[in-house]
Design a protein around this ligand. Sequence first.
Ligand code: ADP
Ligand code: MG
Length: 640
Amino acid sequence: MKETKEFQAESQELLNLMINSIYSNKEIFLRELISNASDALDKYRYQALKAENNLPAKDYAIELIPNKKERTLIIKDNGIGMSKKEIENNLGTIARSGSKEFLKKYKDFKKDESMNIIGQFGVGFYSLFMVANKVEVLTRSAHEDKAYLFCSDGKKSYTIEDANKDESGTEIKVYLKKDEKDGEEYSSYLDEWKIKDLVKKYSDYIRYPIKMMCTHHVNKKDEKGEDIKDQYEDITSLDILNSMVPLWKKNKNEIKEEEINEFYKNKYYDYENPLMHLLIHVDGLISYDALLFIPSHAPLNLYSENYEKGLDLYAKGIFIKEKCKELIPDYLKFVKGLVESNDFSLNISREMLQSSPLLRKIEDNLEKKIIDKLLDLKEHDKDQYLKFYKEFGNHIKFGIYSSYGSKKDLLKDLIMFKSLKHPEEYISLKEYLENMKKEQEHIYYASSKNLDQIKLLPQLEKYRQDDVDVLYFDQEVDEFMAMMMNDYEKKTFKNISSIDQNELSKEEKEEIDTLVASNKRLLDNILEALKGEVDEVTFSNKLVSSPVCITTKDGLSMSMEETLNQNPARGENEVKARKVLEINPKHNLFKALQKLTDDEEMKQYGSLLYDEALLLEGFEIKNKQNFVEKINELLVKAIN
Ligand code: ADP
Ligand code: MG
């Protein structure tokens, strides 16, 4: 019975793109179909290892069968195949996130640019419609006796019918489009040399033999097997077109950069080359090969809850598990890649895998290697490093915040900040230390939501005047990280908005005490007006031209307060930073305040001062209406 079904809407969108593609690199369809065949063989091989599946071992192979008369190319594998349900799920809908990501990206890009990203994305099965106007998929699942034929012209619908096939696996028959005058010659995909070329270019590392009947022009032989002079004949043989050595098993000097990039983009659905890769061969107590990538940009879903970190795991040439999360620490979740080790037993269960000490050791080892590579990059190619840092710097900070022990020390040299003296470039903690004054005891930082806000902080004035550098903490994680680190090379971190009476000289203290004593009524009234908001109202020696600022006691800063309270898990349980309103005694505004005689007026001005300080430091005023009313009242008074 033949059934006709519609493609899911998203699929239709993607198919439409493929059919009308003007993308010039249409040849990548072959890479996609071969990589699907290879995946299907991986799946079969893995399942055949388990006795309960009762699957016989096979001579795993992929075969390419061009037919010039029919204008068809068959890509055949003897892998896992598909059941009817699987055909519908895998070919009738966009099964994988890579294609979804592509569609999303496509909508962001301008039309012609998006054509260019098609090939780089590796849009999978549907890419065959760039070169074909029809496809037939004959497939039989290894888990059942029935075979099916899927047929489609890639427009709105496809058909499925029962079929016959002896062995499990899949044959994809691609019906090539007509050649275009002065355009694409689709028939070239049937040429022996062209196919060989494409396999070498894109699929050389595929582990399974990719076979094809090839013609060889050879010397004719006589009965004794000797060449007959000047007599040639064409013979055919089933040749293997690929070298079958996985990229990660090769040596560095055997691999071309381009090959690595293509591999990455195809396997991890990226349209951009990776920022860098690490090829690791370890032979020792544990032995493994790894090929890791740091993307040039964060994957679209990196920050979504369903993002899955992890590296693909192979053992003895067999694909064991996708996205094995035990292989990479959380803070490096953006790292992609794979690990192959002969030290795993093949029938290890997923559960056993999770608690495997071997995995932990490899993870530890890889983490160290990634950090070393980044340190090296920072040292030798700062521009490239900054590219990395701007994209993933927060993850490194999170690593410091969340990890303990030895790695934290290594990560410290990876972080960088803009600063008061370096507002446009990033400096490392080491550079900060090298440039600080001998007597300076702390690493100073200023923190707020963003750089513009930080630059407005009244507290910075004094540091600017004294020529002391202050790091700009503009990311939520920064202060928490500094708190975990406590110090760098024995210099402790200090928020310039945190009060520390011990830092004042004796004279400074006395000076402030006297001021406080002689303005007690004013300060008490302001404190009264700000009950519940601030713990103390006093004078500052840090301010130069700003009238007021807010500082905090006890280490919890206002930005941290805000961040912590944003966490929905906290509920009603708000944390509160202990705030101090500091007035600049040299400012004209204070001089004016001193003239006030009425308690109520003092309160009114005091509360305005506090709101002003909040604004200056980049925070929200709680009661905006109240603020406006008070200002208006004062304005009216002033004008009358
Ligand atoms: P991806 O390979 O990234 O999953 P594709 O669009 O290339 O996406 O393929 C979609 C799905 O179709 C595959 O995930 C797989 O389940 C199925 N599929 C494609 N080709 C084959 C094949 N030769 N054998 C078995 N399943 C296949
Ligand atoms: Mg695929």
